[in-house]
Write a protein that binds this ligand. Structure first.
Ligand SMILES: *Cc1c(COP(=O)(O)O)cnc(C)c1O
Length: 367
């Protein structure tokens, strides 16, 4: 048996007729950038996330970057985030000219709110909590710290579209929320795409201007923006898939529950933290140490099972950030996680047989 780490074609096929028709409609209109498809998609996004504004942009990375730009963050400023994330989070901070300041994670792999305050300086302008693998960060604590120090919160919900925190969609809690429609995300397009969600009228207006080179009206520039527009073909594909999202997310969660119940008592393995409202984007188990993680990965590969490591090298140890003087040992929880995590196959239409096979191989594994 072969179990791929990811096979999103299976679920995408369910929406194939709708996708084909949507693409044809866009080709017929010839309106390829922004326009009606993007406008309608933005309305649907805002309704789904229960926020006032949704702004379609070119990627999740740009959603983060434009949020920070709209908050006037740049050279000389600091933005706090987790070192245990995809590079886009830290990269967006650096692209504004600001400095990423890292804070270690908790057991659940998300930023530890108890360690945020000691990282705040006069230069701190924002916090970017990342809802990693689909688990919401401790937003109450984070929002309280941010309000107390008068700093902004930009949620990185690229891996958590659909996840709720205390009855609210993540993306709707901070000053802005950023999502990605990269093909592997919970709602994935046929290319790059992203969106910013916000209840703040001023930020929404500014992000709309920043995504078209800072122009309003066209050819008149009070501020400098970039080209970061969602295109109509992506919006049309995403609109065709959107009605399936909740079903697909439910299937992800059912598959995760299957793993939780079958792997809970497996020697040497621990299962991810569960929380009400969570959508499992990635299912990540934890091993005892790097050696057993790497050996298990190899064992599963030989058995035809795909796995992934998110992420093997924390941000503070990336070569491009060595200039900030971080070193091994600065963030022990993060460093340990990067050595011990292993993500196993999880996608909406994974079968019980495939999951049983994955579980049996993990149980059989002996170091
Ligand atoms: C995917 C991802 C992003 C970036 O999204 P793109 O659309 O690929 O630019 C940002 N942050 C996290 C945590 C992600 O997983």
């Amino acid at each position: 048996m072969q179990v791929p780490f990811l096979d999103l074609n299976r679920s995408s096929r369910e929406a194939r007729t709708e996708i084909d028709e949507a693409i044809k409609r866009v080709l017929d209109t010839g309106e390829f950038i922004l326009g009606k498809q993007v406008g309608e998609f933005e309305k649907e996004l805002a309704v789904y996330c229960r926020v006032k504004h949704a702004i379609g942009v070119a990627s999740g990375s740009d959603a983060l970057f434009l949020s920070l730009k709209a908050l006037d963050i740049g050279q000389g400023d600091e933005v706090i985030t987790t070192p245990f994330t995809f590079f886009a989070t830290a990269g967006a901070i650096s692209r504004t000219g600001a400095k990423p300041v890292f804070v270690d994670i908790c057991e659940d792999y998300n930023i530890n709110p108890e360690k945020i305050e000691q990282a705040i300086t006069e230069k701190t302008k924002a916090i970017i909590p990342v809802h990693l693998y689909g688990l919401a960060c401790k937003m109450d604590e984070i929002m309280e710290i941010a309000r107390k120090h008068n700093i902004a919160v930009v949620e990185d919900a690229a891996q958590a579209f659909g996840t709720e925190y205390k009855g609210k969609k993540v993306c709707s809690i901070g000053d802005t929320g950023c999502v990605s429609f990269f093909p592997t995300k919970n709602l994935g397009g046929a290319g790059d795409g992203g969106a910013v969600l916000t209840n703040n009228d001023e930020l929404a207006e500014k992000i709309r201007i920043l995504r078209v080179h800072g122009s309003k009206p066209k050819y008149f520039h009070k501020i400098i923006g970039i080209n970061s527009r969602l295109d109509a073909l992506q919006a049309a594909v995403l609109r065709a898939k959107f009605p399936f999202l909740d079903k697909w997310n439910k299937q992800r969660n059912e598959a995760a529950e299957f793993y939780n119940s079958h792997l809970r008592n497996t020697e040497g393995i621990s299962c991810p933290a569960h929380a009400e409202g969570r959508t499992y984007h990635i299912y990540t188990i934890r091993t005892k140490n790097r050696e057993s993680r790497d050996a298990l990965k190899e064992y599963l590969a030989k058995a035809g099972i795909g796995t992934g490591i998110y992420y093997p090298l924390p941000m503070h140890l990336q070569e491009c950030y060595l200039k900030f003087g971080y070193k091994q040992g600065d963030f022990p929880e993060t460093e340990r996680a990067s050595e011990e995590v292993l993500s196993i196959p999880l996608f909406p239409s994974i079968t019980k047989e495939e999951q049983e096979y994955v579980c049996s191989k993990i149980s059989e594994f002996k170091e």
